[in-house]
Design a protein around this ligand. Sequence first.
Ligand code: HPA
Length: 273
Amino acid sequence: MSNLMSQLAETTAFIQSKVNSKAEIGIILGSGLGNLASEIKVEVSIPYSEIPYFPVSTVEGHGGSLMLGELSGKKVWVMSGRFHFYEGYTPQQVTYPVRAMHLLGVKTLLLSNAAGGVNPAFSVGDLMVITDHISLFVLNPLLGKNEEALGTRFPDMSEPYSKALVSKALEIAAINGIHLKQGVYTGVTGPTFETRAEYKMIHALGGDAVGMSTVQENIVAVHCGMKVFATSVITDLGIREEENVITHEEVLQAAKDAEPKLTLLFKELIKGL
Ligand code: HPA
């Protein structure tokens, strides 16, 4: 067995020793978007620091535990707080929990993130369902020897985000009066927010929003055959000519304000899974 697979075996054996049930849905909550976790009937919560080979989250606004619980009548694994490349983790470390969830039986992965809007039709507080992504200077987590036990060497990326789940989300939004945007998420490394020229470039390249997470997790999830659904909360606009100063506090506040819409969307989507 490779080093990675034996570490994953140890990780999942440890996690399984703490729980009595299984879940086929995994959720990773983004910056300032941890409140969905409070709606979960938690069976077990395991701090990342206790899980063998799990990295430890360091950013303000991120929790740091893996939970198994029930949401909308379904069992779910929830990561409250994720790992980012800008924290200094390797792309393999960032995505390690996704692989662990796959081996724990997760088939559908729901992701949320805070992102900057570069589509001029977007406003702060909008929800954007991610239909596709552009990976801009973000290292691909599949670089290196392929782990055949997880997936193929050259994964197809024609449907990185499940079209069926995007359609379902649009239906849910329409029924509940949520104005849902759709668009292309551009993944960057951060930790700097973008310069005016970079925001413009991202828009010119076909991006609608830009953020520092999600893409690497998506790639690893697609590699191991999961269905992925992801939503960005637009927390700032990169395309304003004036007053374009963006702070982490502003991002967290905007995420918090938009959170009830996101929680409703995820809960309704999970009902139908
Ligand atoms: N850029 C990159 N990442 C982000 C932004 C942004 O404007 N807002 C929230 N995360």
